[in-house]
Write a protein that binds this ligand. Structure first.
Ligand code: NDP
Length: 293
């Protein structure tokens, strides 16, 4: 059977390390870290995500400010709040929970966040920095996948890495991060021809396709590492990923389960980015190197 890459254990470990770091910053320098979380409207899934983020902050010792705005909030009102938070010295990170209501331009909102407080790593300046190998915030889900691989002792350098999906928040930053780790990277998408042939070349296969259990063993080379980013709930309310776990597990070398694989890492890396935002430029010798802890 394959190595099961346990995101619950690894994310818990990262959170413990961060908790310790935040405590030391408080004790030795009187510093605190603060994340402002903005939610527009009452989308139930967003409410759950925001709640989990606030819980993680409380656990680690990060202060959180919560802004729950009505669904009819205008873009101008939202951007005015972001502008205020950009200038508040005590606020280190700003997170706007996506998706936003249709009348608000998400890209304009993301651009209005100070890149130094963009702990989601979505601002074009941070994406550009990642692209040219400079320090900056990295999108949390792909950053979490790199941590999963490293902390599971899986070498990336020189490996054939294939990503299914090219979204701005998962596929593209994933490609850049694997490249930074010296993987040989291929990005596939809905227009890729002979997808199975391409994915069967992968030593490390990342599925971020958004289709429940699409990736069966025909897509996977024997012994490959399979990272499942997808999250879906079936009719019975049970969670599953983009990978058909039961079918793929017997042939692969390592695999992330859903739940308990990539999912918990996203929040852990958000917390990591918050702590980095808190200390950036304030503690000599520390900056955002893009490597965890
Ligand atoms: P998107 O829908 O934005 O992107 C999906 C990508 O998959 C697109 O690039 C699309 O191609 C490609 N695709 C769709 N169908 C096919 C196909 N048949 N063959 C090949 N490629 C295909 O999704 P996200 O990247 O935002 O998310 C992907 C999954 O990860 C979702 O299940 C989402 O819920 C989950 N997710 C999980 C997170 C976590 O914390 N665990 C965080 C973020 C997302 P094209 O560009 O050509 O349309």
């Amino acid at each position: 059977m394959p190595q099961v890459i346990d995101g619950k254990v690894i994310s818990a470990c990262i959170k413990e390390e961060l908790k310790e770091r935040v405590a030391v910053l408080k004790e030795t320098r009187g510093m605190s870290v603060c994340l402002a979380v903005i939610q527009v409207g009452k989308d139930p899934a967003s409410t759950v995500y925001v709640g989990n983020k606030k819980k993680a902050c409380a656990y680690i010792g990060i202060d959180s400010l919560s802004y729950e705005l009505p669904v009819e909030t205008t873009q101008e009102e939202l951007m005015r709040l972001i502008e205020e938070l950009n200038h508040k010295e005590e606020v280190n990170g700003i997170l706007v929970q996506l998706p936003l209501p249709d009348h608000i331009d998400e890209n304009a909102v993301i651009r209005s966040i100070d890149p130094k407080k963009d702990v989601d790593g979505f601002h074009p300046q941070n994406v550009g920095a990642l692209c040219i190998g400079q320090p900056g915030f990295v999108s949390c889900t792909p950053a979490g996948i790199i941590e999963l691989l490293k902390r599971s002792g899986i070498e990336i350098a020189g490996k054939e890495c294939v990503i299914i999906g090219r979204s701005n928040i998962v596929g593209k930053p994933m490609a850049l991060l694997l490249l930074r780790e010296n993987g040989t990277v291929t990005v596939t998408h809905s227009r890729t021809r002979n997808l199975k042939e391409v994915t069967r070349r992968a030593d490390i296969l990342v599925a971020a396709v958004g289709r429940p259990k699409m990736i069966t063993r025909e897509y996977v080379k024997e012994g490959a590492v399979v990272i499942d980013v997808g999250i879906h709930r079936n009719e019975a309310g049970k969670l599953c990923g983009d990978v058909d776990y039961e079918d793929v597990a017997p042939v692969c070398g390592a695999i992330t389960p859903v739940p308990g694989g990539v999912g918990p890492m996203t929040i852990a890396m958000l917390m990591y980015n918050c702590v980095e935002a808190g200390i950036a430029g304030k503690v000599p010798g520390t900056d955002r190197k893009g490597n965890c802890l």
